[in-house]
Design a protein around this ligand. Structure first.
Ligand code: ATP
Ligand code: MG
Length: 485
């Protein structure tokens, strides 16, 4: 049977340029991998294009660059035999066709030149192993020796070679299989799943950065639980996030059971993904209960408890981020904060919500208070529709209250309404502990609603607090508008 042509996949003029460059060099060139896959999936034209040359990929890249307006720079990775060109959003990667063989202790293969089919064989999945011909005479012909097109239609993740070999050669592929299954909603073949389970401990030779790249793609999917469950069921999650697998299981003592916090967490993650694309808010959902494993106790009077799990969990966030090479910056602090505060709105929503409790919540959560509410709403996984409705209504009331209180009291970016300098002036003080105590008292007074968040009221309150502490006001103390107000 004649192979079909897919001219529509290659309408971008760049493909003609590459084709001509290849002809001039007397090379064959093909588009492979994700671009071809995503064309058939109608995922929208991909800007990352992988090109395989039979011969030197680097030479082809250089030729292509010369033929492009402005001769864009070619970045060469000599060790890998690859070259890269960026032009606007377009990102071209060139490689020479190769065959590979692997050693047991490394993901890095021994590489030799190969044919197109040998190159396709070493790719991870059949759906990523399709190639479109860029030769003039057979332009846009699909070369699909492993029936990737069929697998795309069926929604199947399958390896071109025997799965045991594919995964053992490069264990990163295990997580990639799960990542693609999650992103695309595909099934991994039973033989592949079996091979992944068998090879799971080889994940140790994969760098954490690569693992996390894939994990981030799973977390960015519509339903990360698909991937997280696969990682768990294959045994891989134990290596990557043991803090999560530790939440697995239900214990029963004296007829009292707690929920399975692992499966609960997965539901929370899916819930939050329906509400937000923010990746770190999704991470907060993923990690919000990790403190429950180390804090779990059984109390004969009250049953299962997880006292302080929010605090313990937020401390654990650091070690998770560090181990996974996630950024130890404001993103981590944000996740820590949300984990630490994750139960606060729950306590608030018990029928009567006081203004002062809301002010404290806004004070502690700052600009992340809405995200915190989103997390709490996602945390509702009860299967009882009446309860679910009640919780949601409660949180809606808290959100409303947050808005009202914030409009009135502006707590979100709280700045002390009286400065330390003003306090020093008012009582003729040098820097000392009393200043901090007075500042604290003012903050407390505002949060408790004893005084409004306004400079004049705060100033009067400050004078009173100073007098209470036995301080003597200076001559300027009765003039609140002096000293920088
Ligand atoms: P994405 O859209 O997520 O970038 P992609 O298919 O382009 O998906 P890349 O990681 O960019 O994924 O890899 C490009 C191509 O290289 C893949 O389609 C696949 O053919 C091949 N490939 C990538 N990683 C591996 C691997 N670990 N083992 C075998 N082949 C791989
Ligand atoms: Mg890619």
């Amino acid at each position: 049977m004649e192979n079909k042509r897919y001219q529509k996949a290659l309408t971008d003029p760049i493909f003609q340029v590459i084709s001509m460059a290849a002809t001039e060099l007397g090379l064959e060139a093909y588009v492979v991998g994700g671009y071809v896959r995503d064309y058939f999936l109608e995922r929208g034209a991909k800007q990352d294009i992988d090109i395989v040359a039979i011969g030197s990929g680097i030479a082809l890249a250089k030729k292509v660059s010369q033929m492009l307006p402005g001769t864009p720079r070619v970045t060469v990775f000599k060790n890998f035999g690859t070259a890269m060109i960026r032009q606007g959003d377009l990102h071209l990667e060139f490689v020479g066709a190769r065959k590979e063989s692997y050693r047991a202790d490394s993901r890095k293969p021994v590489v030799e030149d190969g044919t197109l089919e040998e190159d396709q064989k070493r790719r991870d999945f059949t759906i990523n192993a399709m190639a479109l011909d860029l030769r003039q005479e057979s332009f846009a012909t699909l070369l699909d020796p492993f029936q990737g097109r069929e697998d795309l239609k069926k929604g199947v993740i399958r390896t071109p070679l025997e799965p045991g070999i594919t995964y053992s050669d490069d264990p990163l592929r295990m997580i990639r299989a799960i990542r693609f299954a999650t992103q695309l909603g595909f099934e991994i073949t039973p033989a592949s799943l079996e091979a992944i389970e068998k090879n799971k401990d080889r994940i140790r030779i994969v760098s954490r950065e690569r693992i996390v790249d894939e994990l981030q793609k799973i977390m960015a999917a519509d339903q990360p639980s698909v991937g997280l469950a696969l990682l768990h069921n294959t045994g891989l999650l134990e290596y990557i996030l043991p803090e999560l697998t530790a939440l697995r299981g239900i214990e029963e003592i004296e007829g009292q059971r707690h929920k399975d916090n692992f499966w609960h967490t997965l539901e929370v993650v899916d819930n939050i993904c329906r509400a937000t694309d923010k990746i770190w808010l999704r991470w907060a959902a993923l990690l919000h209960d990790i403190g429950k494993a180390p804090t779990k106790r059984f109390d004969t009077k009250i049953g299962w408890t997880f006292h302080g799990h929010e605090f313990v969990g937020s401390k654990m966030v650091y070690s998770v981020f560090k181990r996974l090479r996630l950024p130890l910056n404001e993103h981590m602090k944000y996740v820590q904060k949300l984990v630490r505060l994750s139960s606060r709105p729950v306590a608030l929503s018990d029928d009567h919500v006081t203004d002062s409790a809301v002010r404290r919540l806004i004070f502690d959560a700052g600009n992340d208070v809405e995200d915190l509410m989103t997390l709490c709403e996602a945390d509702i996984t009860t299967k009882n529709p009446r309860k679910q409705k009640r919780y949601l209504r409660n949180f809606a009331a808290v959100r409303k209250k947050i808005k009202e209180v914030e409009e009135r009291d502006r707590i979100r970016n709280f700045q002390p309404p009286v400065t330390g300098e003003q306090i020093m002036k008012a009582f003729n003080l040098k820097p000392c502990r009393e200043i901090g105590r007075i500042k604290d008292a003012i903050k407390e007074g505002i949060l408790e609603g004893e005084i409004p968040n306004e400079p004049e009221a705060a100033y009067r309150f400050m004078i009173q607090k100073g007098l209470d502490l036995g301080l003597t006001p200076s001559g300027e103390a009765t003039q609140p508008n002096k000293g920088g107000l």
